[in-house]
Design a protein around this ligand. Structure first.
Ligand SMILES: [Zn+2]
Length: 114
């Protein structure tokens, strides 16, 4: 499963950061999931506690925020908020919209315990 390896990298990042900060435990990991990143938030929430087992992030909470994708029409230049994978311009029908954001997955915040 795709989300399992993503969850694994998240836990690695979180544990590395906690170690560098001299913390013993990670209590909360906040991530921003781009709508077009292909990551299913529910699957990620499901996988996270599994990969946390036996690490400094065991029992940590995962807070997922979905980042709506934004794009620009190459023809009429209108700015579009993309709510799904339909990349057709709503004002002139041009295809495809140039995607500017919403393809990434980022760790936005970490909470740790000394
Ligand atoms: Zn357009």
């Amino acid at each position: 499963m795709h989300e399992l390896s993503i969850a694994q990298s998240l836990v690695e990042i979180a544990c590395d950061q906690a170690e560098q900060a001299g913390a013993k435990r990670v209590t909360r990991v906040s991530v921003l999931v781009g709508l077009l990143s292909g990551v299913v938030p529910d699957s990620l929430s499901f996988c996270f506690p599994i990969v946390c087992q036996g690490t400094a992030a065991e029992g940590a909470e995962l807070a997922i925020q979905v980042d709506p994708a934004k794009g620009t029409c190459p023809k009429c230049g209108v700015s579009v908020e993309l709510n799904d994978f339909v990349l057709i311009c709503p004002s002139c029908g041009a295809f495809p919209i140039e995607v500017r954001s919403g393809r990434d997955l980022k760790v936005t915040a970490l909470e740790v315990e000394e």
